[in-house]
Write a protein that binds this ligand. Structure first.
Ligand code: TYC
Length: 115
């Protein structure tokens, strides 16, 4: 007859009562990064270049020099990604740009798509 297996027997759920409190720290946190969305500006023939630069400065916090470069990229290539954000922030940027452009009667278009 063997008595030893009873000394440190596991519980039904696989845990034991050996006093180990380190287990939770070793498990991987179950946080997931949110999906990201590219916010893009589209070219058109009518929106003034300086207005696009102002949009990039005001709503995307981009400095004048880099804003000018991005504007020229959109002008030449047709569109450019101007930022990557979680859904709600991307959606807010799109709405801000579209609203600002509409109020100034410019046809500038801003869109978003999942990265
Ligand atoms: N193509 C416009 C012009 O020549 C400038 C422009 C740049 C418009 C970027 C929109 O997203 C844009 N005035």
């Amino acid at each position: 007859m063997t008595l030893a297996p009873q000394l440190m027997a596991d519980n039904d759920d696989g845990s034991n009562d050996d006093g180990d409190v380190g287990l939770a720290l070793k498990t991987r946190p179950k946080t997931k990064r949110p999906p990201l969305y590219k916010v893009m500006l589209l070219n058109d023939d009518y929106t003034p270049m300086e207005f696009v630069v102002l949009v990039l400065e005001r709503f995307f916090g981009i400095g004048h020099g880099q804003a000018t470069e991005i504007m020229l990229t959109v002008h030449k290539k047709g569109l450019a990604v101007v930022g990557v954000f979680p859904f709600e922030i991307a959606e807010t940027k799109v709405h801000q740009v579209m609203d600002f452009s509409r109020r100034h009667q410019h046809p500038l278009q801003c869109t978003m798509e999942k990265e």
